[in-house]
Write a protein that binds this ligand. Structure first.
Ligand code: TXA
Ligand code: MG
Length: 312
């Protein structure tokens, strides 16, 4: 794949919006770091982010929106969250709140969680792209897994050359540090990731005390979210269903349903959380999943299945 680098202008945003409508991820500057943006309503588009980053695990992603009204349509924002949003959006603050049941967000974007991380960014390039796409965009930092976050187009190119179709070059990022992440509960705030916005300011605006994610300790990035796990027992590497198990197939293992009959990883990643939720809600007492080859996105799928099986 050829990676184009285009300066930020109307033509670059139009091309980026067309690529995103095709389900492809595009690198775009925000005021914090460059993001790798894709359609948050499409599981396959979100899976393509993971494929490009080569990330060996699925973490919930930040979903970017145009304004507070768009955020309210997707999440149930308590008064303290609205106070933070009014004061600090657009800007480098991410708010974690309960996801609305009818919100059109791909389960892979939230890694199957009942909550969602939302941010209204300030950078004009990302804002133009959100307007051109007319839909929420999931965007982690635009770097390959295990490398540092990019604050210039050249950093993105070094990390993802040949793996994404387009980098929109909007110059260096003003902040250069990923957004502050705060979870808002009725009676308190939890700082999930320290960032450009000071916790004291959040507490003052929200009128609530702020603590770390666990007591007063700030959790390490990557462990921020409790993982989704089904309530039923889950057996891995299953070729056939035992007893009343609900078998989720892949490739040659047909199952009751299939992650991907053709053994396609992007399709399987896009379907993963939906099929787990469906199995959990269905009448079968237990779930089994076919073997998934352990390379490419398969490694991330297996990581998540192992966590789901062991309740990690
Ligand atoms: O500055 C930023 O926030 C950049 C730019 C591109 O906007 N984006 C970014 O996204 O850093 P990402 O996807 O790499 O960060 C996601 C972080 C993860 O650490 C994840 O655990 C946390 O947000 N997160 C997402 N959803 C969550 C949820 N429902 N509950 C708790 N943590 C969540
Ligand atoms: Mg990152």
């Amino acid at each position: 794949m050829q990676t184009s680098v285009l300066p930020y202008d109307a033509a670059a945003i139009a091309l980026a919006a067309r690529l995103i409508a095709d389900g492809r991820p595009v690198a775009i500057p925000t005021e914090t770091v460059y993001g790798l943006a894709a359609d948050a309503t499409s599981g396959q588009a979100v899976a393509a982010i993971y494929a490009a980053k080569g990330r060996p695990a699925f973490n919930p992603l930040i979903v970017h929106l145009r304004d507070v009204a768009a955020a309210r349509a997707i999440a149930d924002l308590p008064p303290a969250a609205l106070a933070l949003a009014d004061a600090l959006w657009p800007g480098p603050l991410t708010i974690v709140a309960p996801l609305r049941a009818a919100a059109p967000i791909a389960a892979l974007a939230t890694a199957g969680l009942p909550t969602i991380a939302l941010r209204v960014p300030a950078h004009p390039a990302m804002r133009d792209l959100l307007a051109a796409c007319g839909r929420p965009l999931a965007a982690p930092s635009a770097n390959a897994s295990g490398t540092i976050s990019p604050t210039r187009a050249a950093h993105v190119l070094r990390s993802l050359d040949g793996r994404i179709p387009l980098i929109v070059d909007g110059g260096p990022c003003a902040t250069g540090l990923e957004s502050t992440i705060v979870a808002v509960a009725r009676d308190r705030l939890r700082l999930l990731r320290p960032g450009p916005i000071a916790p004291d300011l959040l507490a003052e605006i929200a009128g609530l005390p702020i603590g770390g994610a666990d007591g007063d300790r700030v959790e390490a990035p990557g462990q921020l979210a409790r993982h989704y796990a089904p309530a039923k027992p889950l057996r891995l590497d299953a070729i056939t269903a035992r007893g009343a198990e609900w078998l989720i197939g892949f490739g040659a293992v047909a199952g009751h349903v299939s992650l991907s009959p053709t053994g396609n990883f992007v399709e399987a990643a896009a379907a993963l959380f939906d099929l787990l939720h469906q199995a959990d809600a269905g009448p079968a007492p237990a779930i089994a999943v076919a073997p998934i080859p352990h390379h490419g996105l398969g490694a991330a799928i297996n990581d998540r299945l192992r966590r789901a099986a062991t309740g990690m």
